[in-house]
Design a protein around this ligand. Structure first.
Ligand code: AMP
Length: 281
């Protein structure tokens, strides 16, 4: 039986509803336009927590001036239907004014770990992410919060923030959910036309080629990066922004693969920027 889902918009509504909840609370922060990747997080929270709260907020401060904030896809009715089916109890959809009241000037910033990879390409992005996530944590006061491995650097940065600021919250990282052809699910995949959609598997193909090399004994990080670059270069419609073979914990680029390693990349397909990653253990 699906439960009745509750919807809150203001902070007061959220806090009032939160006060009535007994037991553990799982929070799933999202920007909406939900797909099976988001829903896998909600289901995991449902399994592990007595109450599940999902936030839907397209956070303006994590978008750069030339990014897709104004055209970011939205469909609240569809999202609510999917969340009800997945067993969420409460959905918080704050407006930008609720999250950033007039005169707002307080930011949360993780330093070193936000400099490479996504941080290097998207200045200010992680400051927006950590600030909004800290605000969500304060508002919801969850027991556990669920994030996807899809945004690998984001999960590392949030885990750092939680340790550094002593949030009493367990961060749960969930595996990447993919389409049958390997493309990582993303709200941004709707921007792709039919031809671009076929090309978009290049991220998965490039990561798979590097992983295969690793499994055959390849440990030279520069060679693994080159393998990924070569696969991407063979697709005229794909434009590589970066490929990386980095230490999983520090996110520093490696010379040799010795421990847990993050292979990651950002690739433009037309105007759509896609990211993906594999973890080598
Ligand atoms: P977003 O709405 O893009 O901000 O994503 C909300 C959460 O869903 C983040 O923790 C993402 O990492 C996670 N997520 C997005 N896509 C996927 C996916 N394909 N598989 C698993 N988690 C995902």
């Amino acid at each position: 039986m699906t439960r009745q889902i509750m919807l809150s918009t203001t902070l007061h509504e959220l806090r009032s509803a939160r006060l009535l909840l007994d037991g553990t609370v799982g929070l799933v922060p999202t920007m909406g336009f939900l797909h099976a990747g988001h829903i896998s997080l909600v289901r995991r929270a449902r399994e592990e927590c007595q109450n599940v709260i999902v936030s839907i907020f397209v956070n303006p401060t994590q978008f750069g001036p030339n990014e897709d904030l104004s055209k970011y896809p939205r469909d609240l009715d569809r999202d609510l239907h999917l969340l009800e089916e997945a067993g969420a109890d409460l959905v918080w959809t704050p407006t930008p004014e609720v999250v950033y009241p007039p005169g707002f000037q307080t930011w949360v910033e993780v330093q070193e770990m936000t400099r490479p990879l996504e941080g290097a390409q998207r200045p200010g992005h992680f400051r927006g992410v950590t600030t909004v996530v800290a605000k969500l944590f304060n508002a919801v006061q969850p027991t556990k919060a669920y994030f996807g491995q899809k945004d690998a650097q984001q999960t590392a940065v949030i885990q750092r923030m939680v340790r550094d600021l002593n949030f009493p919250i367990e961060i749960v990282v969930c595996p990447i959910v993919r389409e049958p052809d390997g493309l990582a699910m993303s709200s941004r995949n709707v921007y792709l036309d039919t031809e671009q959609r076929k090309v978009a598997t290049v991220l998965y193909r490039a990561l798979s080629a590097a992983k295969e090399e690793f499994e055959k004994g390849g440990r030279d990080a520069e060679k693994l990066r080159r393998t990924m670059q070569e696969v991407i270069a063979r697709e005229p419609l794909a434009q590589m922004q970066y490929v990386s073979c980095a230490d999983y914990d520090t996110l520093r680029e490696l010379d040799k693969v010795t421990g847990k390693t993050l292979l990651s990349m950002a690739v433009f397909i037309g105007k759509t920027r896609l990211i993906d990653n594999f973890v080598l253990e």
